[in-house]
Structures are given as structure tokens and as C-alpha cells.
Design a protein around this ligand. Structure first.
Ligand code: CP
Length: 306
């Protein structure tokens, strides 16, 4: 594996290998271990974020530094891209600076594939979220979180609630859940926030929240991606009172269901603040797992024999 652009060509063994290595970077208390092996010593990781980010950018930076890499955070807003430099010339420039790993977030679906093509066989590209297409490391850290709580994937019911249409996270989550053998994957949303023929993604579609989350083990809530909504996607009836996850409708899931959200959360829009703060919420554990998973992905790209 030279790049990590999407999960679609990976199998269960590959995903489990990444999750296994990520687990080695965590203590039993789910903290990042002290002094992990310097798998990225003498390497340079370039963070190229053409879209805002808190979690992904910061955890890639922490992960790289913990593994001994140097990190270059290119500020796109103050870079020569603002003076008209073409993306490929920015990439050639970073190549000349001998960057080894390129962590890229972009608002255009497919941008990371383009970047991987420009870079050729020098460097490793990691997709940190491209448009509505894919966010593979988010899905991997979520699989690690599920594994920590539920152990086995083969009997799970998982519900994904909200703006599936614009969500790269949902697409990568569904791919990962299917690869790991989850038998019952549901999406719950109004028709206007679902892709056409959503069933073809390999999921069951529900429009009623209480029916959709009945007896599920995992509840994943998505953010309403207002920055990607080009038309009136929200139905006229009140989306928030119909699809917001509240303590009242969470009761329909299993008692030991966990609640996940990739962040950033919009409190009291897609998720009730009482759930964010409840023991069922694993949202901050997801963030910590993001460091471990990104350490594992970068280690494996740079050291394929690990
Ligand atoms: N989950 C996620 O991608 O969050 P950020 O946009 O803060 O990186």
C-alpha cells in the first residue's frame, strides 16, 4: 500500500492489521503510550488542509511527532496558492523539500487521487477527507472504537443517522463496516439527505428514527454539512425535532449501545447535549483513537513490512 485514499480495495485482514498496530500504541487506559518506536524517524510529514479541521489535522500532527517525524503544516490561506500557484506546482515544491508523507484534505471529491497521481512514486498520500467521497482514517478510528467496546463485528447492528448525502465519513464507515462483516447496517435520514438508491451502498434505509435505531448496538450521528448543501436539502417538516438524537429516542437502541459522532458536533442540532455528555457517548475516545490509528497508518505506509 503506497497511499491510503479510500478503504474500498482493502480486505478484513488489512483493516485488522491496521487496528492491531493502532492498539499497540494505546495503554489499557486508552492513552497513547510513552516513547513509541520511532517508525517515522528522519521522515517529513506535510499537512495540506484546503478545508478547515481540528481533529484530523491535529491528530495527524501529534501522531507524526510521536513517531519521530518532522511536521510541516502548510497554511493554505497564507501560501503561494493565494498568488495563483497551481496545486501541482505546490506539490512539486514540497517534493523538492523532500516531504515523505502528504496528508491532504480537500473540498473536491477525488482531489487526493489527483495529488497521488502528480506525486507518482515519491511520497505517500493519505486522504484526510475529500469532498463527499471518503475519509478513510476516520472510519478506521471508528472501527477501533467499536472493537474496543464490542469486540466482535459479526453480530452488530449499526445505525448511521443524518446527512448521509454529503458525508464522506458515512461512505467510508459503510465500507469499513461491510469489510469487517457487520451484518446489519442502517441509515436513517429524510429522502433529501440520502443519495439516490442508497440501498446499493449495502445498507437498510429508514426514514423514521425510532424504528431505525430499534435494538442497535452502535448509533453514529452525522453533522449536517451545511457547507455542502447547494439546494434546499432539509425537508419542510422540522428536521431537528424528527432526526435529532435525544435521550427519549435513544431508549429504542440497546441499553448498552454506544453513541458516536465524528465531530465537529453541533450540540442540540443533530444530537442532544445530554447525550454528548452521557456515559454512552464515546466521542472523545474517538478523538484519542484518531492519534493511534494515524500512527498506525503512517507507520505502515512508510514501513510496509511492519
Ligand atoms: N472528524 C473530522 O474530520 O473532524 P475535523 O473536521 O475537525 O478534522
Amino acid at each position: 500500500m503506497r497511499h491510503l485514499l479510500t478503504l474500498e480495495h482493502l480486505d478484513a485482514n488489512s483493516l485488522n492489521h491496521i487496528l492491531g498496530l493502532a492498539s499497540q500504541f494505546l495503554t489499557p487506559e486508552n492513552q497513547i503510550i510513552d516513547n513509541p518506536q520511532a517508525y517515522l524517524a528522519s521522515k517529513t510529514v506535510a499537512n495540506l488542509f484546503f478545508e478547515p479541521s481540528t481533529r484530523t489535522r491535529s491528530t495527524f500532527e501529534l501522531a507524526a511527532k510521536k513517531l519521530g517525524a518532522q511536521v510541516l503544516n502548510l497554511n493554505i490561506q497564507t501560501s503561494s496558492a493565494q498568488k495563483g500557484e497551481a496545486l501541482q506546482d505546490t506539490l512539486y515544491t514540497l517534493q523538492a523539500m523532500q516531504c515523505d508523507v502528504f496528508v491532504v484534505r480537500h473540498n473536491q471529491s477525488g482531489a487526493t487521487h489527483f495529488i497521488a497521481k502528480v506525486l507518482g512514486n515519491t511520497g505517500h498520500v493519505i486522504n484526510a477527507g475529500d469532498g463527499c467521497h471518503a475519509h478513510p482514517t476516520q472510519a478506521l478510528l471508528d472501527m477501533l472504537t467499536i472493537k474496543q467496546h464490542k469486540g466482535d463485528f459479526s453480530h452488530l447492528r449499526v445505525a448511521i443517522i443524518g446527512d448521509v448525502l454529503h458525508s464522506r465519513v458515512a461512505r467510508s464507515e459503510i465500507q469499513a463496516l461491510r469489510i469487517l462483516g457487520v451484518p446489519d447496517i442502517r441509515v436513517i435520514a429524510p429522502k433529501t439527505l440520502l443519495p439516490n438508491e442508497a440501498e446499493k451502498l449495502g445498507v437498510k434505509v429508514f426514514h423514521d428514527l425510532k424504528t431505525g435505531i430499534k435494538d442497535v448496538d452502535i448509533v453514529m450521528v452525522l453533522r449536517l454539512q451545511q457547507e455542502r448543501m447547494h439546494s434546499h436539502c432539509l425537508p419542510k417538516n422540522d428536521y431537528f425535532s424528527t432526526y435529532r438524537l435525544t435521550p427519549d429516542n435513544l431508549k429504542y437502541a440497546k441499553n448498552d449501545a454506544i453513541v458516536m459522532h465524528p465531530g465537529p458536533i453541533n450540540r442540540d442540532i443533530e444530537i442532544d447535549t445530554r447525550i454528548v455528555n452521557s456515559p454512552q457517548s464515546v466521542i472523545l475516545q474517538q478523538v484519542t483513537n484518531g492519534i493511534a490509528v494515524r500512527m498506525a497508518v503512517m507507520s505502515l505506509l512508510v514501513n510496509p513490512n511492519l
